[in-house]
Design a protein around this ligand. Structure first.
Ligand code: SUD
Ligand code: ADP
Length: 302
């Protein structure tokens, strides 16, 4: 018998390396994208319904589209189309991942909806088939599904899992406002052109991979790098002050999370993370303390 409802929990991510190549003819950029899943989560609940329905609650829910442009709705439609069945499901998203914050909240909801609908409908799709649907929905969606840590190549959707040898302590400062991912990539291209720079092909940094594997926060802090950071700061200059406040409070590393405007601070331990969060509070909407790695999409109730 099918369950009456399925709830899936899905993590946010931070990019501990984001190396961005030149713009491709299709408008995307090749990446060496080292993802790390972190312990901030959205939950997606799928319940059988007469017709497709979508609701959303939580911080920033008013900025989440509730039509077919929502990535969770698109995930349910894609799975239903593949299985030749109606997408007769009510999806409810309980958001805790900052919206438009560079932490892949929409991608998390897509991965969560896919696993929740598959658990409800039992279409028989394999994990590889589900990951292929993820990749069609967005570059970051496959990683939201698998979690942990991984190197994403291509536009970020081709994943190779990475070992993580310990717990990393993070603080995430949510900015007032969001940044559009395509706008940040366009700013990246514009900055490179205006500086007359030739953008090299992206390459994964062995120092980042080794630091993850050894669980060494200081080594990770020395190696983290985000090529989109200058573009995000260009569009959102106030982030510089937030980054400085975290560094002054003892962060081992301070960086923009993905395309921003959330800023990410790597701490030595849980105590230091709490101190950094307190110091960041006047400079952001909320400062959240958490750890990594986090698991990918998991069923937490049915
Ligand atoms: C920058 C990153 C870093 O992980 O995430 P965020 O920080 O925004 O969450 C990702 O590359 C965002 O991935 P995602 O948000 O899934 O992007 P998609 O929906 O696939 O693409 C949205 C748009 O971003 C740009 N894009 C995305 C990925 C990529 N490799 N090159 C790009 O140029 C394109 O303009 C594309 O039209
Ligand atoms: N389920 C969803 N949750 C959040 N945003 C969504 C969702 N579906 C579509 N979007 C759209 O995707 C945009 C990017 O949001 P999000 O994925 O949270 O941020 P980012 O791409 O910076 O990680 C939002 O502005 C919103 O319009």
């Amino acid at each position: 018998m099918s369950p009456a409802a399925v709830t899936v929990r899905v993590p946010a991510k931070v990019n501990v390396q984001l190396a961005v190549g030149p713009a491709r003819p299709d408008g995307f950029h090749d990446l060496a994208n080292i993802f790390l899943a972190v312990g901030l989560y959205d939950e997606v609940t799928a319940t059988p319904a007469e017709s497709p329905r979508l609701t959303c609650e939580g911080p920033g829910a008013d900025q989440v589209p509730l039509d077919e442009s929502n990535l969770a709705a698109r995930a349910a439609l894609a799975l239903a189309a593949r299985a030749g069945r109606p997408a007769d499901v009510h999806l409810h998203i309980a958001k805790d991942i900052p919206v438009a914050g560079g932490m892949a909240g929409g991608s998390a909801d897509a991965a969560g909806a896919l696993l929740a609908c598959e658990t409800l409908w039992r279409t028989g799709a394999s994990r590889d088939e589900l990951l292929a649907i993820c990749a069609e929905l967005g570059s970051d969606v496959p990683f939201s599904y698998v979690g942990g840590a991984a190197l994403g190549t291509g536009r970020g959707e081709r994943l190779a899992p990475l070992a993580v040898g310990g717990t990393f302590h993070w603080v995430f400062a949510q900015a007032d406002g969001g940044l559009s991912t395509p706008a940040v990539y366009r700013a990246y291209d514009r900055l490179a052109a205006s500086e007359g720079r030739t953008v090299p092909e992206p390459e994964a940094d062995p120092a980042v991979i080794d630091a993850l594997a050894s669980g060494d926060a200081k080594a990770l802090a020395a190696a983290v790098h985000n090529d989109l950071q200058a573009a995000a700061l260009d569009l959102f200059p106030a982030l510089r002050r937030t980054l400085d406040a975290g560094t002054e409070a003892g962060a081992l590393a301070a960086l923009v999370s993905g395309s921003g405007p959330t800023t990410a601070f790597l701490a030595q331990d849980a105590d230091s993370a709490r101190t950094i969060a307190r110091a960041l509070t006047p400079h952001c909407r909320t400062a959240r303390v958490t750890t990594a790695p986090a698991p990918g999409a998991v069923v937490v109730g049915q």
